[in-house]
Design a binder for this molecule. Structure first.
Ligand SMILES: [Zn+2]
Length: 322
């Protein structure tokens, strides 16, 4: 970890909350006896609070972190809407990282009527079914690399962005939530054509090598009062091999056309000297049109004779006749 990066975050940000979620640990956010929905502002009896509201979607592997301040109507609105987009968008990587959602590690399928490839996590390993005329992966034996060409289910990019920001708003301490009125209204708006957070790319880091598949890390950062030239707030979310640094724009505290120059948040225990350095990119999830049939390549290294932890399982081609 570079000192300069650490100094940047120490100088500019305060950690308002951090969570390391492990299986079996339960944490409830908010006040059970005084429930007001943070997203629509309503309370009982106008809205009900019967459902368990996950602070981070269950599909990403969260079982234990829930909140008392998301009403059933908002829960349903998000679940059928933006969280479904986030689920579809993130599924290929979650399968490869063996993240367990509500019903285990998601199975990836080609889809459609004709029989096609299928990747299923079963009995502690991957079962990969591929067909010669339509292979789901390509082996590069010279370089010990395998490229999976996975297809994403339909998603709307800006809805995925809203779902990430909704996680940040859920984790935000109550005293700060008044600074995010516009963002709260925007993520609830099912009309994805209304621009708001259109200058907020997600800083994405992928760390190669085996990582735990049952831990989720999350953090809320807020700008220190003494500084001004950095975004007001961030959500840092990590699971599997991925880390997302999501700006949470505050109309009151972020300039309308501000240009920021920041260091990406460092990844804990990284780089692992055994593997490639983490890869970083900016994810622009601002497009408002549905994306269908997107192919998402995942490149993995393997060792001959023994499978690496990353692929962990049967990466051999299984040519069964349909
Ligand atoms: Zn609500």
């Amino acid at each position: 970890m570079h000192d300069e990066v650490v100094k940047f975050y120490v100088d500019n940000y305060e950690v308002l909350g951090q969570w390391m979620l492990r299986p079996g640990v339960r944490t409830e956010l908010g006040d059970k006896d005084n429930r007001i929905c943070r997203f629509c502002g309503e309370k009982e009896p106008k809205v009900s609070f019967k459902k368990v509201a996950h602070a981070i979607p269950e599909s990403l592997g969260n079982k234990g972190l829930t909140s008392y301040y998301e009403c059933d109507s908002c829960n349903e609105l998000f679940g059928k809407g933006i969280e479904n987009d986030l689920g579809n968008w993130s599924k290929p990587m979650r399968t490869m990282a063996r993240i367990r959602g509500k019903s285990g590690v998601p199975t990836l399928k080609k889809g459609g009527d004709s029989p096609g490839w299928r990747i299923e996590f079963t009995n502690g390993g991957f079962e990969i079914k591929s067909y010669e005329d339509d292979p789901v992966f390509e082996m590069d034996e010279a370089n010990n690399r395998i490229t999976f060409k996975l297809k994403r289910d339909p998603y709307t990019p800006v809805a995925v962005l809203k779902a990430f920001m909704k996680i940040g708003l859920t984790l935000m301490p109550a005293v700060e939530i008044g600074n995010f009125e516009h963002l709260l209204a925007w993520i609830r708006d099912a009309d994805h054509s209304r621009p708001f957070a259109d200058k907020c790319p997600i800083i994405y880091t992928f760390s190669p090598g085996p990582r735990p598949n049952d831990l989720i890390g999350a953090m809320i950062l807020r700008r220190k009062p003494v500084t001004a030239n950095v975004p007001y707030a961030y959500l840092i979310l990590m699971y599997g091999n991925e880390q997302f640094q999501v700006q949470l724009p505050s109309k009151a505290h972020d300039g309308a056309n501000a240009q920021y120059s920041i260091h990406p948040f460092p990844v804990p225990r990284s780089p692992d000297p055994q593997f490639d350095r983490p890869g970083r990119t900016l994810l622009d999830l601002t497009a408002q049109e549905v994306v269908r049939g997107e192919v998402f390549p995942i490149i993995m290294g393997f060792t001959v004779g023994e499978k690496t932890e990353t692929t962990r399982g049967n990466a051999g081609q299984d040519n069964q006749d349909p």
